[in-house]
Design a protein around this ligand. Structure first.
Ligand code: AMP
Length: 114
């Protein structure tokens, strides 16, 4: 997608602190971290929001969670705990319209979230 920030990171057109990559997924550190560990995990396929998911994306969304599990282990936060967040559209706070999962860890999380 031409005007998508995360597609540009995927293509290497915009630099990012990439910590994991395979055929389907890319993970990099959030530029404005909200916790000591704040990683964004994206499918390489451009999908704008959860609302745009199709049945054929089922496997990719499974891989997104499995990648989150792997990154949590890689970051050493599996046992202490971490929060996974996916924002959908403006009211939820989505600012980049390429599906991504936030992995937040390293501090106590409050509930309800802001
Ligand atoms: P969301 O608000 O859920 O759409 O999350 C978008 C996230 O992308 C925010 O947490 C931003 O801090 C983060 N972000 C924006 N630009 C970049 C960038 N160039 N590299 C890494 N993270 C970014």
């Amino acid at each position: 997608m031409a005007d998508c920030l995360f597609c540009k990171i995927r293509e290497g057109e915009i630099p990012a602190d990439i910590i994991f990559e395979n055929d389907d997924m890319l993970a990099f550190r959030d530029v404005n971290p909200q916790a000591p560990t704040h990683v964004l995990i994206i499918p390489k396929k451009h999908i704008s929001t959860v609302n745009n998911l199709e049945e054929s994306d089922e496997a990719i969304m499974g891989k997104l969670f499995l990648t989150a599990k792997l990154i949590a282990a890689q970051e050493g936060v599996s046992d202490e705990g971490y929060r996974l967040v996916v924002n959908c559209n403006e009211k939820a706070g989505q600012t980049v319209f390429h599906i991504h999962m936030h992995l937040l860890a390293g501090r106590a999380m409050i509930w309800p979230p802001g």
